[in-house]
Write a protein that binds this ligand. Sequence first.
Ligand code: AMP
Length: 504
Amino acid sequence: MSFASLGLSEALVRAVTERGYDSPTPIQAKAIPAVLSGGDLLAGAQTGTGKTAGFVLPILQRLSTTPPRKPAAGGARPIRVLILTPTRELAAQVEESVVAYSKHLKISSTVVFGGVNINPQIDRLRRGVDILVATPGRLLDHAGQRTVDLSGVEVLVLDEADRMLDMGFIHDIRRVLKLLPPQRQNLLFSATFSDEIKALADGLLNKPALIEVARRNATADTVRQRVLPVDKARKRELLSHLVREHNWFQVLVFTRTKHGANRLAEQLAKDGIPSLAIHGNKSQNARTRALSEFKSGSLQVLVATDIAARGLDIVELPHVVNFDLPNVPEDYVHRIGRTGRAGAEGEAVSLVSPDESGLLRDIERLIRREIPRETIAGFELDPNARNEPDVDDRPARPSRRPMRGDASRSAGPRQGGPRAQGAYATSRGQGAAQGAQPARGASVPQAQRASAQAPRASAPAQRGSVTPAQPARAATAMAAPAPAAPARPAGVGGFRGRPSRSGR
Ligand code: AMP
């Protein structure tokens, strides 16, 4: 199948060909005709599937072939398309795609997100754009200052809608909806379909086309996965060894906590390996700088928390390292999905200490495959080593209300910070002990709500999935994976939410 056969104009086909795309991805093959038809769309697809082009290309086609519904006010063109994303990084990335795909068209776009000076954004908006990509909080700041006019919007896209809800953006979304004209095309993209997403879709979408592409809980075959068992205290040493020994460049390393990310980046830098950390406590400028140095290849190692890395698309990223295993098994799939994208080969290495064996077992159940173990000479497990969860793993202190744009200050059951994730692990641990693990199809928010009722004082002792009472079980899981879990029910209801966060 070709892009031209989907009904896209020559200018758009030329732009994607110049990007190196030969043929549409499955989500593009389904979404492009659906969006071109002008109707609403509910699409189940994650970052990495090519979903951005799936909505941007047909939107560009529509804009380039139809005049604006609302005439230009005072000479400035009206905003015809609004794309909302949960994170600043994703917003920037989506707008980059808009620019790339519209290079042969006379269509203008801009992006607004928090953490940076609002004034240049105001200037840009005043001059008029066709397509606005925004995070909800900053968009509402502009609306409050009357520096944005959304009354001419013809198409609304909610990208990664599940993340936006997980991050507590539902009220902001509702406020944004009130600023839009009732007559418009609505496109909702979500990797998961919790009850909340279904409720949002029910209220927002009018007889939507339903599209779903393969979930990526099945990890891509283009990613070579390995588990390297190692004592906790020697993880950093092993990582430095691997990077140096194999001369790895562009290594994306995941840690569970912001503090852990900072500490690791500093230690690696001391080892002579250029490294920076990226997480929600960093200023937007620091995040942008680290990311661009990493993308350009001048920064050897980027250490990231799950939150900061959400939606990052780095072309041909060769190495992903799990310095800590994630508390939420789905995050493993998202993390390693950073590599081996769009057909390129990649490698995902997990440094797993014995205290993480329960997390490893959960991951292998989810992806329904055994990840090969490989012991690195000189880094064999020491039976006398103390392998206890880090103090970093302690749930973060809760704040009174969720904050946008700052991972460390956000808390509460709707937030995806360490506390929420820790609470999830706790609830799973308790559930397993009582033989009452949350149903596979249940969304994480549901699990979190349940876990939020657990006494907070008990959380630190139960963090992670391995409790001190389970050493034998932990050791066994390191040696051999758990049997595969039964397949999840197919269809929209089989998706599962997970926590996240973002920036205003
Ligand atoms: P997305 O899921 O939109 O973040 O896209 C993931 C990656 O796939 C991006 O690097 C895109 O540039 C790339 N991509 C999108 N569509 C195609 C295609 N048809 N062929 C090859 N790569 C693509």
